[in-house]
Design a protein around this ligand. Structure first.
Ligand code: NDP
Length: 276
């Protein structure tokens, strides 16, 4: 069993620095097996979304683990077509029902849908007031989206989940979030698996006698970033959580920082069109 340290969010809630991402786990058995394996080896945070179509499996795996509910940090997200005030409240109810839970730890706006995300956030604030979620948050929000929310909101988002990895270091957004008490979660922390073959990362893996994925995940952690690597492979699920027993020296952190090439594996939040 691995123990994962937690980050204390703006309202005092503790969020594990590492969790399991479950995007693309649409095969029921595969999802149940991966989540069960993760909970067995010590993961206590699961990142899902209405879009991923596996909230039911996430809830089932949590219940059958017999781990007390309050020990597991569950994140889900409102999808683009469900945004707006009333729609978000309805979408939240659906997610809660599918998960079979009576509260969600962290609820995120999946993408900042123009003309809608401010109303969506208002609904998230209401869910927070009603204690149906423990933490209000957003995903794929740039500084200018966050500033628009700040201008209207009573409570600032406490988490922004953004694409972040050695090829997309997001330095200015990270600084902005830090100044405003917003914790950053990296999605695609391994560059969707693409960066494990990077020459510099492989060289560091050899130096520390770790795997490339472990070097990348450790780099995120030492940069104070929460990660949610996805894997359905049991050995990788275990490998990815086994990063809290070694330390990268500053020089190597800098070397990884220098790999940035502003490369996105996904869409740019200023230019996305998801019509589903
Ligand atoms: P990741 O960077 O986590 O990469 C996942 C890929 O890397 C999979 O193909 C996996 O393969 C492979 N992999 C995992 N561990 C290792 C390892 N140790 N060595 C080599 N390869 C490995 O990308 P994701 O896009 O899945 O991002 C993680 C999570 O972030 C998602 O699951 C989701 O929860 C969230 N997300 C959020 C988004 C948003 O808009 N908010 C967008 C995209 C993702 P395999 O499974 O076959 O082992």
């Amino acid at each position: 069993m691995f123990e994962v340290p937690s980050k204390t969010l703006e309202n005092g809630v503790k969020m594990p620095y590492l969790g399991l991402g479950v995007y693309k786990m649409t095969d029921r058995e595969e999802a149940l097996q991966a989540i069960t394996k993760a909970l067995e080896v010590g993961y206590r945070s699961i990142d899902t979304a209405a879009l991923y179509d596996n909230e039911t499996e996430v809830g089932e795996a949590i219940r059958s683990s017999n781990i007390p509910r309050e020990e597991i940090f569950v994140t889900t997200k409102v999808w683009n077509k469900d945004q707006g005030y009333d729609n978000t409240l309805r979408a939240f109810e659906t997610s809660l029902k599918k998960l079979g839970l009576d509260y969600i730890d962290l609820y995120l706006i999946h993408w900042p849908v123009e003309d809608k995300f401010l109303d969506t956030y208002r609904a998230i604030e209401r869910l927070y007031d009603e204690k149906l979620i423990r933490v209000p948050g957003v995903s794929n929000h740039h500084q200018h989206h966050l500033e628009k929310i700040f201008a209207k909101a009573n409570v600032k988002p406490m988490v922004d989940q953004i694409e972040l990895h050695p090829y997309l270091s997001q330095k200015s957004l990270l600084n902005f979030c830090k100044e405003n008490g917003i914790a950053v979660t990296a999605w695609g922390p391994l560059g969707r698996g693409q960066i494990v073959e990077d020459e510099k990362i492989v060289q560091l893996a050899n130096k520390y006698n770790k795997t490339a994925a472990q070097i990348i995940l450790r780099w995120h952690y030492q940069n104070d970033v929460i990660t949610i690597p996805k894997s359905v492979t049991p050995s990788r699920i275990e490998e990815n959580i086994n990063i809290f027993n070694f330390e990268l020296i500053q020089e190597d952190i800098q070397a990884i920082n220098a790999l940035n090439r502003d490369y996105r594996t996904g869409k740019d939040p200023d230019n996305f069109h998801f019509d589903f």
